[in-house]
Ligand binder design. Structure first.
Ligand SMILES: C[S@@+](CC[C@H](N)C(=O)[O-])C[C@H]1O[C@@H](n2cnc3c(N)ncnc32)[C@H](O)[C@@H]1O
Length: 249
């Protein structure tokens, strides 16, 4: 496994904190990484070779312990999943679950997603991206560390297939406003809930530890779904748009 901290980017959306690994996490990292892990390497991945089949690929960004990846991968064995996360304890936990459940459709990369998207993911081959409960970086002086920014949006736009989707959820109102503003000012994306709206909570999205924590803090949760604007006319004619939910209602 390589070191996600050793990289040239100066402002990162994560801090390098190893945390203590439990015995089970250590065991999983030592024994299952070769089976499910992909070492970061700045050359393009061949998903067909990697998963030994051709299937839609979904990328879950910043998966924590991988609850959302696992749930979706269980429910959709027809898809392939790539979980991207920098912290080893969460990856250890996810590896154990993949092995216990014998999931053949999940792989993991331990590295900064920005570098992974830039160097490892071929263009126009991802059907969906999930970014659920990204670190909120609530202090104003830390807003520059937020993962969802112009650079990430620009990268994702090139990686999505034509009818691909980007799903986002956050329980931080100020982050939700930031997301809406970013996407409203970007002509490359189309908001499936209508301009300046968020969408209802997708019923397929599992409630992760971070979402539960948000509810405990009495936070509201905001969900977003974006497609590529090039398909706007088709989306409208197929009545695919999502029932709107005003952000601040
Ligand atoms: C608040 S947690 C949310 C975890 C999960 N999505 C959930 O809903 O339970 C955000 C995660 O994003 C990861 N992360 C932050 N920046 C990242 C980056 N640039 N590349 C990969 N992972 C990142 C963090 O390590 C952290 O585990």
């Amino acid at each position: 496994m390589n070191d996600p901290g050793k990289q040239s980017r100066s402002i990162r959306s994560f801090v390098r904190r190893e945390g203590r690994l439990t015995k089970a996490q250590k065991f999983a990292l030592n024994n299952y990484w070769d089976k499910y892990g992909i070492d970061y390497d700045p050359s393009l991945l061949d998903f067909e070779k990697l998963f030994q089949r051709r299937a839609p690929v979904i990328i879950d960004i910043g998966v924590g312990t991988g609850e959302s990846t696992l749930q979706h991968a269980r429910q959709h064995p027809e898809n392939n999943y790539l979980a991207i996360e920098v912290h080893r304890p969460g990856i250890g936990q996810l590896l154990n679950k993949i092995e216990i459940e014998l999931l053949h459709n999940v792989k993991i990369i331990q590295h900064d997603v920005i570098e992974v998207l830039k160097n490892q993911i071929p263009n126009q081959c991802i059907t969906q991206f999930f970014i659920f409960f990204p670190d909120p970086w609530p202090k104003k002086r830390h807003h520059k560390r937020r993962l969802i920014n112009k650079e990430l949006m620009n990268l994702i736009k090139h990686k999505l297939v034509r009818h691909g989707r980007l799903h986002i959820a956050t329980d931080w109102e100020n982050y939700a406003e930031h997301i809406l503003e970013l996407f409203s000012n970007n002509n490359d994306y189309y908001n499936l809930a209508g301009d300046s709206n968020c969408c209802p909570r997708p019923n397929w999205r599992v409630e992760t530890r971070y979402e539960s924590r948000g509810y405990k803090l009495k936070h509201q949760v905001w969900n977003f779904c974006y497609g590529l604007a090039g398909n706007l006319a088709e989306i409208k004619s197929s009545k695919e748009s999502i029932e709107a939910n005003s952000l601040l209602s």
